[in-house]
Design a protein around this ligand. Structure first.
Ligand code: B12
Length: 324
């Protein structure tokens, strides 16, 4: 592009005055896509499109960050650059199976009766498989709904309600302890395989996932690992019941952008609060602490408490490390 001096001056004023632009290095660190790759893509595909300062340095609109993060995720999942680099955010979400999630969030409250009934029928057929300890049928059902609705819809609308239904079955005496254990085992192995597949070879921003010491419930952090894996973030998964010192050491060594924890009803929120304070005190202020679950304290300074997994997904896709 040949710019005359006037145009160059105007651009310099626009770009340097406006906080909404990033250098190529800043864009690279916020998206996990290398500087060289960004240059090659612009030359080859015309995207992401930069503006030039008179010095020749590129400036990119900040608004490109979520789209580039989605591109990085698509590449991690095996898509070719030629297919995704020029795609819009909507096209990328559709490609990654997130579109139905986004749409279903938009009209979650108006979800059709038919859809609700079919979910309930699916849950009851899962319970039937659980009664017969039929892991083949149960896992097939998981695969089918995951494939049909995508990862996020699966964890929010199928996995969590099935676990809730099993809990009710146990409470009323319909299901035994071994039914509950059988369900947990199937769910743990299915979800672990899924998020680990999505996490392979990822680079870029990190989320450290763990529970507090004394925690016996693992499904909360597994659901968080799945939600994290569909975003651009790399998961470092410590599992449950870790000593406080180990959590702090890992956070110091890996400097994660986010530390995510699920705190189940097993915890007294006051005790959880004491432990969370200790972690927060030792952690870099740059690391965001996120908690959820029935035993999690709320309104703790320096800790973001979220009730829902879809809110957690929103937090991840809108996360901007440079503002921390
Ligand atoms: C599976 C299960 C177990 C398994 C857990 C296995 C595992 N690997 O985790 C095992 C067998 C260990 C177990 C044991 C027991 N269990 Co149990 N268990 C359940 C069950 C069926 C599912 C729990 C679960 O993991 N759900 C999935 C999680 C993720 O859902 P959630 O905690 O509701 O979290 C939701 C949100 O809070 C949010 N969330 C959670 N974490 C986070 C984090 C972030 C960052 C965000 C954003 C969101 C978020 O997302 C979730 C989905 O919406 C529940 C039923 C139920 N209604 O939950 C009973 C249930 C929790 N268990 C119960 C009981 C009584 C027990 C036992 C005491 C039974 C016994 N007599 O031995 C023991 C106690 C164990 C202990 N150490 O204290 C009761 C608890 C009642 C109470 N409030 O006190 C329940 C509710 C069953 C019931 N209806 O009675 N259990």
């Amino acid at each position: 592009m040949n710019l005359n001096i006037q145009t160059k001056e105007k651009l310099m004023t626009d770009v340097t005055k406006i906080d909404d632009y990033l250098s190529i290095g800043e864009l690279a660190s916020m998206t996990g896509i290398g500087v060289h790759t960004l240059r090659v893509w612009e030359k080859r595909y015309g995207s992401p499109h930069s503006q030039r300062l008179p010095s020749g340095h590129r400036r990119y609109p900040k608004a490109e960050v979520p789209r580039l993060r989605a591109i990085a995720s698509a590449l991690e999942s095996g898509y070719r650059p030629s297919k995704v680099v020029t795609a819009t955010m909507e096209e990328l979400q559709r490609l990654m199976g997130l579109q139905s999630f986004v749409e279903s969030k938009a009209d979650a409250h108006n979800a059709g009766q038919a859809e609700q009934t079919s979910k309930e029928m699916w849950i009851e057929s899962g319970v039937k498989s659980i009664h017969g300890y039929d892991d083949g049928a149960l896992l097939n059902g998981f695969h089918e709904q995951w494939g049909r609705h995508g990862a996020l819809n699966f964890v929010i609308h199928f996995a969590a309600p099935l676990l809730e239904r099993v809990g009710k079955g146990w409470e009323t005496g319909e299901l035994t302890v071994s039914h509950e254990h059988f369900t947990s085992e199937c769910m743990v192995s299915f979800l672990s395989e899924k998020w680990r597949q999505m996490n392979i070879r990822k680079q870029g921003p990190t989320v450290l996932i763990t529970t507090l010491p004394g925690e016996s419930y693992s499904l909360g952090i597994l659901l968080c690992a799945v939600v994290t894996s569909v975003t651009n973030f790399k998961v470092i998964y410590l599992g449950i019941d870790n000593p406080l010192e180990d959590i702090i050491t890992a956070a110091k060594n890996y400097q994660p952008d986010i530390l995510t924890m699920s705190i189940s009803h097993v915890f007294n929120p006051e005790f959880a609060e004491t432990l969370l304070y200790k972690i927060r005190k030792e952690l870099s202020p740059k690391t965001l602490m996120v908690t959820g679950g029935k035993g999690s304290p709320r309104n703790l300074p320096g800790v973001t408490y979220l009730t829902e997994l879809d809110k957690y997904y929103d937090l991840l896709v809108n996360f901007n490390p440079s503002t921390r």
